[in-house]
Design a protein around this ligand. Structure first.
Ligand code: BDP
Length: 498
């Protein structure tokens, strides 16, 4: 459990609900007189209606190749970052790529490398990737237990350099490498799928010829590319991939982010048909709230935690095997966009200084010099990570008009229920039914003083789920009620459910 400044008014107000809200089976309200009556929602659990199995490696991060220019960043000696990765997931996947991967020169390559033309909005200088950075990265992976997906350059047009880099990654990182991807968001620089395929094929051939596994197409948006790629190259690949951002940063807002993205969910279902037909996992190898570096006051506040938890679980429910939240230092992201980072701050406290050197959407803030700390999004990822390896169950949610989502899964003998109240204006009382009568469990809340809070995020998960949060009991009829204050979430863990 993590607590920062639990002194603000709204948190106290939310806390006033807690003892009553977690008393499953008895629904009572501790309103302060000013709050409207909570929306009355219902969730009917159907233990027999099995959904997808959630991948063990649901949780992922994505960083720019440029981040490797400082080999001390992804290094076993970077204990604070190692700990944050390990505490998030024992089996996560780190993807290295982004715009800077298409501008990367492998310094051990002895062949000719043409000078790359720069474009407005993209990197303005090549990244010089040195072998020592890959050795340090290999140590980081061993220390965290995470695996790697690594992107090599397509745009520069030198397959011989790409294959040498791919081989070096394979040799240095060993079995911790899942796959090499070729090119980042080629939809932004190839005219159409056919042009991409033509440029990509010689790279894929030489990389596969030396026995290094590949994945792709790592397109920024086009789901039709994923489908076409699966048809043509499914058998040669370890997984299929694309990226996701809700919108460009200037168009971002808390209300927009929390509204969800039904259009994208439908696209994911199409991509999953292609993935299932090719028997391949589908990963969102780069994703976050808003591209162009994220939006201050949205991507880095508590709303992003609720969004992140909901997004991960919505994806897991549809069968997506992994979501890689893009982030890293401000300079690495700004450089990927052809901009110069302004990390200056007048703040003297360590937390604010770490925040200032970090890209706006990053789930982890900090750098090697200042150390690292979780951002709100990190806690949302943690909630969703509880579902990794579990079996999703289909449940019927009656949201009573509130912006509420719910996810149910079975893990071993336990039942997991995530309830996410993304509504900024309404508290919600959820009546759960279809549960096993008399079962006991824990309710772990994810909350913060307000949706726009940068600090003060609390997720009551603790190290031992049997003692975390508050105890709950299902009544003899298999019912139980939970009150979720507006802009908050909860994870329920019921023991001996099966
Ligand atoms: C993606 C790029 C990444 C950028 C990100 C952004 O792959 O390098 O940092 O957009 O715009 O398209 O934030």
């Amino acid at each position: 459990m993590s607590t920062f400044d639990p002194t603000r008014r709204q948190l106290l107000k939310a806390a006033a609900w807690l003892p009553l809200a977690s008393a499953c089976g008895r629904l009572a309200f501790a309103g302060d007189g000013s709050a409207a009556k909570p929306a009355q929602a219902s969730l009917v659990v159907h233990p027999e209606r099995l959904g997808r199995t959630v991948s063990d490696s649901l949780t992922g991060f994505s960083y720019e190749t440029q981040q490797l220019e400082n080999p001390a960043f992804f290094s076993a000696d970077n204990h604070a970052l190692v700990r944050l990765f390990r505490e998030l997931s024992p089996r996560g996947v780190l993807r290295i790529g982004g715009n800077s991967s298409d501008y990367t020169v492998w310094t051990a390559y002895r062949g000719e490398v043409p000078t790359q033309r720069t474009h407005k909005g993209g990197p303005q200088r090549p990244v010089m990737l040195k072998p020592e950075a890959l050795h340090a990265l290999a140590g980081f992976l061993r220390a965290t237990g995470w695996k790697l997906v690594f992107g090599v350059n397509l745009k520069i047009g030198v397959p011989t350099m790409a294959v040498e880099l791919a081989q070096a990654v394979r040799q240095i990182v060993g079995d911790d490498l899942i796959a090499i991807q070729i090119g980042n968001e080629a939809n932004n620089y190839e005219a159409d799928y056919a042009a991409f395929d033509k440029a990509w094929s010689p790279y894929a051939k030489v990389i596969r010829d030396v026995g290094v596994p590949i994945a792709g197409p790592d397109t920024g948006a086009n789901t039709d590319w994923v489908i076409e790629y699966a048809k043509r190259h499914g058998e040669e690949n370890i997984f299929l991939s694309r990226h996701y951002y809700k919108e460009a940063a200037p168009r971002g807002s808390i209300a927009d982010l929390l509204a969800g993205d039904a259009g994208f969910y439908a696209e994911v279902e199409q991509a999953m048909q292609a993935a299932d037909a090719s028997h391949l996992p589908f990963r969102l190898t780069e994703a976050n709230s808003y591209y162009l570096g994220g939006r201050d006051g949205v991507s880095n506040v508590f709303a992003s935690a609720l969004w992140g938890a909901d997004f991960m679980l919505a994806m897991a429910q549809r069968g997506v095997a992994g979501i890689h939240f893009h982030g890293g230092t401000l300079d690495s992201i700004e450089a990927s966009l052809g901009r110069t980072a302004d990390a200056s701050t007048t703040a003297t406290d360590q937390a604010a200084r770490r925040d200032a050197v970090t890209s706006r959407y990053s789930a982890i803030a900090g750098d090697v010099a200042l150390g690292f700390q979780p951002r709100p999004l990190y806690y949302g990822m943690r909630l969703a990570q509880s579902f990794a390896g579990a079996q999703m169950l289909n449940a019927d949610l009656g949201a009573a008009g509130a912006n509420l989502t719910a996810y149910v899964a079975r893990r071993g003998h336990a039942l997991l229920v995530a309830l996410i109240n993304k509504d900024a204006g309404r508290d919600v009382a959820v009546s759960l039914s279809g549960l096993r009568g008399g079962r006991k469990g824990r309710l772990m809340r994810l909350s913060a003083p307000a949706l726009d809070s940068r600090n003060g995020v609390v997720f009551e998960n603790g190290i031992d789920p049997a003692r975390a949060g508050h105890s709950v009991t299902v009544d003899a009829h298999g019912r139980c009620s939970v009150v979720l204050p507006r802009g908050s979430a909860a994870l329920m863990h019921l023991d001996r459910f099966v």
